[in-house]
Design a binder for this molecule. Sequence first.
Ligand code: NAD
Length: 446
Amino acid sequence: MNVSVIGTGYVGLVTGACLAEIGHHVICLDTNREKVEMLRSGRSPIYEPGLEGLLQKNARSGNLSFTTDYQTACDKAEIIIIAVGTPSRPDGSADLSALQDVAEKIGSNVRRDGTIVVTKSTVPVGTNRKMSFWLDAHASSAGSFRVASNPEFLREGSAIHDTFNGDRIVIGTEDDYTARKLEEMVAPFEVPVLHTSIESAEMIKYSSNAFLATKISFINEIANLCEKLGANVEDVTKGMGMDQRIGSSFLQAGIGYGGSCFPKDTNALVQMAGEMEHEFDLLESVIHVNSKQQVKLVEKAKEVVKNLTGKRAGLLGLSFKPNTDDIREAASMEIIKRLVDEGVGVTVYDPVAQENAKAILGDSVTYADNCFDAIEDQDMLFIATEWEEFKVLRLKTISRLMKTPILFDGRNCFSLDEAESAAIDYYSIGRPPVLHSTIKTPHSSE
Ligand code: NAD
């Protein structure tokens, strides 16, 4: 099939590459010329394992090309997939301006009747109905378009694997022909397909993200209680997860969720509920718990080190989770901001997200070339992302390198046994701290 994808971000690019890989002729459009030039030269503007290889392979075979021109993208397309951003507005609602702009451009550039326009961007319930209106308002004849909602569930860091091994593909449309064509398009992925109404498809995306965010905030609150009551959250989650009604996924305690989806989508769902005069108390609490959790390590550091001013800290991990360079709403950013405000000199390191972070943090921090340079000679160390590269470090090595071996681990990267045998004061989430009174730290005499 001839498919066009509008927006070459994390979702659009992966979708385009994977559809090309299963044999479709795909044109990806983005208004960002620099991105499109980069893609044409075979380089990926984002870090996503396996993506660059897939882009190059399918560009070589002629199945995948890139453009900034709507006419080129619309000319032959039987199906047009929209994957532009829908960021949060200041009040938490979703900003649909890019989506509307795309709809209007598709409306005025498509010449063939019956073109299917699919929204993959996460959009509030009711948006795809508006989509029909936006398209028709600019179309050469009314009713030229068939519309469907096809929310995306990929996870950054394993997006290609997720596309080929997803749990479900949701197709929301009332039009049988559209439902059949879309099912045909994705059939080679061999992922179960669920057909729903447009509204239900839109709602499935928000409720899925809200539920996962709820699991995270729930276990983080349990972790906080574990610390106070002397329990170990890892044993607790193991015990909970053995109950098949609960399951063990998304029960890792830490410093909260981030990224471009959970924070934005939970806020948008609260907004949507508010517009219907429904108070979504549960979700509001989930959001509140998460924002406290993101800065928990700074609060701990203040308790332990007392006066942070003038101290030096290393911070490992800037991306909101491992295997991505995405720093949107990452806990690391909030931690760094608080530390810098407290007068701490911060040195950061991330294997791939450093360049993205520079655009936000500027020269407020020092950038290390490797994790050892971020650890060496520091008064304290923070871990904000559980990159494998950090998890394989030995605590004894970290302890030896630091000026004062105090580690605040926001992702529980190390076992308490290892911490016991290393000369380091180790604070993690939901587990008892491991302290070595023999360490002569400047704060111990304060
Ligand atoms: P992104 O910010 O990485 O990419 C969006 C792209 O759209 C950018 O390349 C931008 O240049 C382009 N763009 C913006 N306006 C445009 C226009 N008018 N015409 C053409 N291109 C335009 O966004 P993303 O992370 O890929 O997310 C896209 C959508 O998918 C969002 O609604 C998001 O909530 C949803 N989603 C994201 C993920 C994820 O893990 N990132 C997962 C599921 C769903």
